[in-house]
Ligand binder design. Structure first.
Ligand code: FAD
Ligand code: DHB
Length: 393
């Protein structure tokens, strides 16, 4: 068995884990990142596209903002299509200038990997059977296998940044961990295509046939989603059927301008609200999707991972540089306060824009009233915008 020594072992080499290891390394705190898959696999996942300004600032603080600042697009607004009309939500007007940035999670992750390489950070890929141990001891440790050889890392703290299906959350005893969950009766079918986006800004569409979203990655790369029943499979959807259904859910003038092309990625994501409490057990801290999931409407998942990392990073800084553990001790409470607000917002925006399969006529009327209220009230729009650009850390 090979044994490694480090201050923090980070399980999971997704955006949360990589961002934390990068921030820690810059302040002299050592870490090892253990990732189950290959780098190519991690970079092959097409996920988030919208970054809050808080996330953007954290990437800059981590020294990873140069390409994002060059290639990312600042968005000052987005549209909501409903009942054949297109209403614009003005972000800058309601925030005094805060905006979001459109820059794909794939690119964020690529930039973080490059930064880790440049600093000589330790990111171990294809780590099998990763297992955290002695979580309540002063010296916890993590074991795994690499090319069939047993490995062990001894550390002060373990961070579980291994996503919803990871091992970290599952290693907290069930009588300590409380899980809150809501599963929605529909999913999102997403398509990436090398076509110019149908509009400069995002369009969220509420339609009798179901929700649709027109997003983008660049001027030549579009990302579209449609609400589908949970029983649908990707193989059920040809490209032609996808484009036809998307067009039916968009206002006519938008649909007329939609440029279609072959999909270069197509996948179905289920929608779920999930929170695990507490986010700390002994010397194990959970961060990102390992602790919580939001339905994607409103683009909060990756951004919520970033605010966890912000709190955790500052907790580690105070602990190691000032000998003050108050930040680590309040991490779970602080992170969860923001998590639940993002959960509420994502749940609200999902309900506002999706067609519930079992929904009654009364539900439809309430949904329509919610939209009418939104676009007749500056206060309602300000609330939407405050959440969309991201609540303060
Ligand atoms: P992950 O990205 O899941 O990373 C966890 C890593 O841990 C993975 O690389 C995994 O391979 C690794 N791992 C798992 N188990 C183990 C193990 N046992 N040992 C070692 N490693 C392990 N969010 C937004 O903010 N904006 C959006 O616009 C947005 N759109 C989305 C669209 C879709 C279709 C989907 C599916 C998600 C979207 N999200 C969005 C959510 C966002 O992608 C996630 O919240 C984000 O990936 C969370 O990052 P993470 O690092 O916490 O977890
Ligand atoms: C994207 C995903 C979202 O969930 C969202 O609300 C906006 C954009 C995207 O993948 O581009």
């Amino acid at each position: 068995m090979s044994t490694h020594q480090t201050q923090v072992v980070i399980i999971g080499g997704g955006p949360s884990g990589l961002l934390l290891s990068q921030l820690l390394h810059r302040t002299g705190i050592s870490s090892i990142v253990l990732e189950k898959h290959t780098r190519e696999h991690v970079l092959g996942r097409i996920r988030a596209g919208v970054l809050e300004h808080g996330f953007v600032n954290l990437m800059r603080e981590a020294g990873c903002g140069a390409r994002m600042d060059r290639e990312g697009e600042i968005h000052e607004g987005f549209h909501i299509a409903h009942q054949g009309q297109l209403d614009r939500v003005d972000l800058a007007k309601h925030t005094g200038g805060d905006t979001v940035m459109v820059y794909g999670q794939t690119e964020v992750t690529r930039d973080l990997y490059e930064a880790r390489d440049a600093m000589g950070g330790t990111v171990i890929h294809e780590a099998q059977n990763v297992q955290p141990h002695a979580l309540r001891d002063v010296h916890p440790f993590v074991t795994w296998e690499q090319n069939g050889e047993a490995q062990r890392a001894e550390c002060d703290f373990i961070v579980g940044a291994d996503g919803f299906h990871g091992v970290s959350r599952k290693s907290i005893p069930s009588d300590v961990l409380k899980e809150y969950e809501k599963v929605y009766p529909f999913g999102w079918l997403g398509v990436l295509s090398e076509t110019p986006p149908v509009a400069e800004e995002l369009i969220y569409a509420r339609h009798e046939r179901g929700f649709a979203l027109c997003s983008l990655r660049s001027r030549v790369l579009s990302r579209y989603y449609i609400q589908v029943p949970l029983t649908d499979r990707v193989e059920d959807w040809s490209d032609a059927a996808f484009w036809q259904e998307l067009k039916r859910r968009l206002p006519e003038e938008v649909a007329a301008g939609l440029q279609t092309g072959p999909s270069i990625e197509k996948s179905i994501a289920p929608l779920r609200s999930f929170v695990a409490e507490p986010m700390r057990y002994g010397n194990l801290f959970l961060a990102g999707d390992a602790a919580h999931i939001v339905p994607p409407t409103g683009a909060k998942g990756l951004n919520l991972a970033a605010s966890d990392i912000h709190y955790l990073y500052h907790g580690f800084l105070d602990h190691y540089l000032k000998g003050d553990s108050a930040g680590l001790d309040s991490y779970s409470e602080q992170a969860l306060a923001r998590v639940w607000k993002a959960e509420r917002f994502s749940w609200w925006m999902t309900n506002l824009l999706h067609r519930a399969p079992e929904g009654s006529e009364t539900d439809l009327r309430l949904q329509r009233a919610d939209l009418d209220y939104l676009f007749s009230s500056d206060a309602a729009q300000a609330s939407l915008v405050e959440n969309y650009v991201g609540l303060p850390y």
